[in-house]
Design a protein. Structure first.
Length: 852
RNA sequence: GCCCCUGUGGCGGAACUGGUAGACGCGCGGGAUUCAAAAUCCCGUUCCUGCAAGGGAGUGUCGGUUCGAUUCCGACUGGGGGCACCA
């Protein structure tokens, strides 16, 4: 028998799909739409296994939904702006555009070999002005709506690269590329007002039922809503007040000092003629933003000498410290410190010998004769703050109240006296979108000495990125371009300078899903089309985007809605986050990492545990090699077998071999029996019984179960069931007319079930069955409900909860009959040891348990 | 420190709303085919005990609820992830 020629087959069917435009999508209000989207790739030049997994998952969903009759939109494109292009361009002396477009060509060719059901006519490339011009307009619209604004803010500044670094690009306080100590620097930057939607972004999370709980929790934490109070403390030296935020207004009577951030206006003001304070502030700013630096930094403060009055008791005066642990970016940049009930405040208080006054005490101590001793001991000795639930003490009008009541009472009193009010705070900050980089979308603003920042008028858009730049400068190449930034002010006509910053590349990915709905429009997209296709029904990608990309997109969609672009506010109705691809690691005797290929055949190799595939550890497998050796279907099957999509997947050569074996096995099964099938569309025979009937039952049960599995994205289970069915059919050897009809039904079912997983093989099998249409156009299988129920069932029999045997009875057999049969079992009689049954539990069609 | 998830054979993983634990695959062992190999196919494979039939144990650990617990409840413990001077 010949062997399955996957190379010829895969090329043939890919050509067929392309020629027939099988996957071209268009709006059709008469059909239910289904929008499947995988996170678009950065065009790095070659696809990796993570892409293969991601796009396989998406393709299975797309093909399955198509078979079920949905009008499917399944597009692909390129997230093409970003720093790697600039770095690569410098390294290889090419242009970022050239490098990017070449990479896109290469990756597209690779993707085409995977047999993915994309509508390639909708392909988009974010670095093309056809795409980015629309986000310049969006930005200007946001500006008009008050959703974008300019503000001075602190950034991580790399003094060598002359650029701003994102937090994740700062490693141990140093720039990830230059290795230089990162500085905090104040820069004027553009911001988008994501905080305006904080409450909505948070509350709507509950409605995202088809999102992983994990991601919703992460976004919830990220938004970080907290309820508390603003409190105004009167200063003793001026009429001004010091405004603070606290979540524990109930502990106000335990206040022992105030702490303000190093960059708080009061501190900066005082530092003007206080050299020591200036030094202290500089020290705080030099403290890296890295987690390690923050964790290990000891609490330190600087006594300003200023004092405030306690809002509930004018006679109490509290000192103001500048403290290194107070953040300017959160709340008001100032706090009141209650050392007894906050660990940070306690650490600080012990160091600077400030009072510790407990104002909440454990429930079981309050009112007993131990109370005073506890309070005294706490004030003197405790080094651990008491932050549990308790009862308010030493707090005048709050005494005796629980935590919740005390908070409410304190806030009420503050409001009544005009000293404060209840308020809500978010951890979420506005989104800084300015980047001092070349390879991004230019921000359409002109800076005029007379008129300030002026939007570029609509008729002068787009502001196109110049191509003739010198990348070998330290800093932003756009800034060094000889002519580009020089222009005239759109308002007054005098000489002015263009903004040379570009957008954060998260900007592009925040709306690309909408552009796909109308990719060739000369507007961003037509609202009618966006409203038809959106939201994305199933979005699939890496969990590393759980917060930023997904939150920005949710915000952006709301902002677009408020600007009249479309009518939806949640972009992704369903989300699936895939796990990583892992592989064993190999280390040579000299400690260097080896690729799997290099490790083969060497005897000095230490095999390490399976870790995420990474270039640095060299434990990568090139998808192209796998597809060339085994075919796309084998690669796809491997991705879907065994591991559920959200878990990490271990890449093993033997596992791929297993998938490869299965592809050949199915093909051989069809080859073997292709002449022992009923004719195409032959009428169902009258009497199907015996083995043929049993086979039919299994076929329909499998179809039913696989459908349910695919609905829940349990691809590994679907694969297992399909394998089970093919195993069964290999043993089904009858060749009479009835058997031939049953076999055809079975084979057609298998082809349809396999198709979303392994589409080339699906087409090949369909073709072998005599079909002239593509299986990609064939409808999904419909299981016959009457074949899903057996007329006999196997029931387990237990004695005292221990399995002792099974009996076969008719379905819904009367209880006493089942009981009699169970008690007649030899193994049961033996296990009962002649003792009488005390109780017999019979669960119909399930189990019998005899208790002796 | 806080929050979330998770623990099943040598391995990846199945097991519907509490009802035959280990589907399916990998690996391993044995066999067939072959001059030999590759490829392919067949049988076995949770552990302990036994020649066998069989018996016993078993879903991280301990306890609880139940006729019956991988599944429900409590405590502990291992692993993974997120956030982190957020007041």
């Amino acid at each position: 028998m010949s062997v399955y020629n996957f190379k010829a087959s895969e090329a043939k069917w890919q050509k067929s799909w392309a020629d027939k435009q099988t996957f071209k999508a268009s709006e059709d209000v008469t059909r239910k739409k289904y929008y499947v989207l995988e996170m678009f790739p950065y065009p790095s030049g070659r696809i990796h296994m993570g892409h293969v997994r991601n796009y396989t998952l998406g393709d299975v969903v797309a093909r399955y939904k198509r078979a079920q009759g949905f009008n499917v939109l399944h597009p692909m494109g390129w997230d093409a702006f970003g720093l790697p292009a600039e770095n690569a361009a410098k390294l290889h002396d090419t242009h970022p555009a050239e490098w990017t477009y070449q990479n896109i060509d290469a990756m597209k060719a690779q993707l085409k070999t995977m047999g993915l059901s994309y509508d390639w006519d909708r392909e988009l490339t974010t670095c093309h002005s056809d795409y980015y011009q629309h986000e310049q307009k969006m930005f200007l619209k946001f500006l008009k709506q008050g959703l974008a604004y300019r503000k001075e803010s602190w950034v991580n500044w790399d003094p060598v690269e002359h650029t701003v670094l994102a937090n994740e690009q700062v490693i141990d306080g140093k720039g990830w590329r230059s290795g230089a100590a990162v500085e905090k620097k104040k820069l004027s930057q553009w911001f988008l007002k994501i905080t305006q939607y904080a409450d909505d972004l948070l509350s709507e999370l509950k409605g995202l039922e088809r999102w992983p709980e994990k991601v919703r929790v992460m976004q919830d934490n990220w938004i970080g809503r907290s309820e508390g109070a603003k409190v105004f403390f009167e200063r003793t030296d001026t009429d001004e007040t010091l405004e603070i935020y606290t979540t524990r207004p109930d502990t106000l009577f335990g206040a022992s000092f105030m702490a303000i951030a190093a960059n708080h206006p009061i501190a900066l003001d005082l530092a003007k003629d206080n050299a020591d304070l200036k030094t202290f502030i500089q020290k705080c700013n030099a403290l890296g933003t890295s987690q390690a630096a923050i964790e290990s930094a000891e609490k330190e403060g600087f006594d300003t000498g200023l004092k405030v009055k306690h809002p509930f008791d004018n006679s109490i005066e509290l000192p103001i410290y500048v403290a290194n642990f107070v953040l300017m970016e959160y709340g008001t940049g100032a706090i009141f410190a209650c050392p007894a009930h906050d660990q940070r405040d306690l650490d600080f208080a012990r160091k600077y010998k400030l009072p510790v006054i407990a104002v909440v005490a454990p429930l079981d101590i309050v009112g007993t004769d131990q109370e005073q001793a506890w309070l005294d001991d706490f004030a003197q000795n405790s080094t651990e703050a008491f932050s549990d639930e308790g009862v308010a003490v030493q707090s005048e009008f709050l005494n005796g109240l629980g935590l919740k009541e005390a908070k409410a009472a304190a806030i009420a009193k503050l409001a009544e006296q005009g000293h404060g009010e209840g308020t809500v705070q978010y951890r979420l900050r506005d989104w800084g979108i300015s980047r001092q980089r070349y390879w991004g979308c230019p921000i359409p603003i002109v800076h005029c000495d007379h008129c300030g920042p002026v939007p570029v008028p609509e008729d002068q858009l787009p502001v196109v990125l110049p191509e003739d730049v010198d990348l070998n400068v330290t800093g932003n190449p756009l800034d060094f371009h000889p002519t580009w930034k020089h222009t005239t002010c759109p308002t007054c006509g005098k000489d002015a300078l263009r903004e040379t910053d570009t957008f954060d590349t998260f900007f592009e990915s925040s709306w690309y899903f909408a552009r796909y709905t109308d990719p060739s429009s000369d507007q961003a997209f037509e609202a009618k089309k966006a409203n038809y296709w959106l939201p994305v029904d199933q979005y699939i990608g890496g969990v590393e985007h759980a917060v930023l990309h997904l939150l920005y997109s949710r915000f952006f969609t709301r902002a677009l809605k408020d600007c009249g672009y479309l009518d939806v506010k949640e972009p992704f109705a369903g989300l699936m986050t895939q796990g990583m691809i892992c592989h064993e690691t190999y280390k040579a005797a000299d400690g260097s990492w080896l690729t799997p290929g290099e490790a083969e055949g060497r005897d000095d190799v230490t095999i390490g545990r399976s870790e995420k595939m990474s270039k640095s550890k060299k434990n990568v497998v090139d998808p192209e090699r796998i597809i060339n050796t085994y075919g796309a279907d084998t690669a796809r099957l491997f991705m879907l077998s065994d591991s559920p999509p959200d878990r990490d997947l271990d890449w093993t050569d033997s596992g791929v071999e297993g998938s490869w074996r299965y592809v050949g096995r199915v093909w051989r099964l069809f080859e073997t029996f292709k002449n022992k099938l009923a004719a195409l569309k032959a009428a169902q025979p009258e009497n199907i019984d015996g083995e043929a009937l049993a086979i039919r039952g299994r076929v329909h049960k499998t179809a039913h179960a696989v459908t349910q599995d695919l609905d829940k994205f349990h691809f590994n289970k679907a694969v297992a069931r399909i394998r089970e069915l093919t195993n069964t059919l290999e043993d089904f050897k009858l060749t009479d007319d009835v058997a031939q009809w049953v076999r055809r039904e079975a084979f057609e079912t298998i082809a349809v079930l396999i198709n979303p997983l392994m589409p080339h093989l699906g087409e090949e099998l369909w073709n072998m069955l005599g079909h002239t249409q593509l299986i990609a156009e064939a409808p999904w299988v419909q299981a016959d409900p009457s074949l899903l129920i057996d007329d006999t069932v196997t029931i387990a029999v237990q004695v005292n909860g221990k399995m002792r045997g099974t009996i076969d009875v008719a379905k819904d057999c009367p209880k006493d009959e089942v009981e009699a049969q169970a008690l007649a079992l030899d193994t049961v009689i033996q296990a009962m040891q002649a003792k009488p049954a005390r109780k017999i539990i019979v669960v119909p069609n399930r189990i019998v348990n005899v208790v002796v």
